[in-house]
Structures are given as C-alpha cells and as structure tokens.
Write a protein that binds this ligand. Structure first.
Ligand SMILES: [Zn+2]
Length: 146
C-alpha cells in the first residue's frame, strides 16, 4: 500500500485480483443490518475457507473512525449509504501479490477477527467473493497460485 491514508478508488482494485469486502456497517443501519444479515453485508463467515486459498501476508491498519470512513466509505453499497451506514472496517486482498490489508476503526476492534477471516479465504454465508477472487487470480497469475 503506497499511501494508506489516501482514499481508495475503484481503480485501485484490479478486476478479479483485488477485492474489498465489507466488515461492519454501523450507525443508523445497525439494527437493520442485523435483520438483513442473511441477505447482505458482513455477517457470519462460513466454517471453512475457499479451497486452496493461499496464506497471505496480513497487514492490519488501526485507524481513527474518520480515517476508516475515508478509506472504506466509497465501497459502502448505495442502499447502506441511504440507511446511514457507516463503515467500521474493510479489507482488500491482492492474491497475486500475496497480501491482505485490513483497515479497522480503533472503535471497532471486534471487527478485526472477522476481517482476518476474509484474509484467510473465508466467505460470508451465501457469498463466494473470496472463492471467486481466487479463481480470477489463478487466471491472472497462475505461477503464484497453482
Ligand atoms: Zn465480512
């Protein structure tokens, strides 16, 4: 990460190789987030990681609430924004580079374990984001991901 304080843009994420997954959505949307937990957003992860998911270098960045929002907010889905959703953390894997960055608010240390599970290949229930990213990265850098 060249400058973790710079807000990330979609262009920072090479298609398929770089993904960002939401950890927690808070603020006014919190109660609704729980209600919708099985439908969308960051919830409980699966019991096993994506098959063959590599071990990545995990880099945790603990930030103030504002810094976390600045970095993660552009990736809050529109419907969460409309509900007042505030990100407490997010993560990004670069499978071809072998790294996983987690940005987490100092006010939400509980979200760190969840984000680190994503770094280790765990998807949310009913989602296959990490597995799909691994499949995409295997096409982009097969020498790194046999
Ligand atoms: Zn999550």
């Amino acid at each position: 990460m060249k400058n973790p304080a710079r807000p990330l843009r979609r262009a920072d994420f090479p298609e398929a190789a770089g993904i960002l997954v939401w950890a927690l959505v808070g603020g006014l949307a919190w109660a609704i987030a729980i209600a919708l937990a099985l439908l969308a957003g960051c919830t409980v992860n699966r019991l096993a990681p994506a098959e063959g998911f590599p071990k990545l270098e995990e880099r945790v960045h603990v930030l103030s609430g504002k810094e976390t929002r600045d970095i993660c907010a552009p990736y809050v889905p529109a419907f969460w924004r409309a509900l007042g959703g505030i990100p407490y953390g997010c993560m990004r894997v670069e499978l071809c580079e072998g790294t996983c960055d987690v940005w987490i608010s100092e006010h939400s240390p509980g979200g760190l374990a969840h984000e680190l599970e994503h770094c280790r290949g765990y998807d949310h229930w009913f989602e296959s984001t990490m597995a799909d990213a691994l499949a995409g990265a295997r096409r982009i850098c097969p020498e790194r991901l046999p």
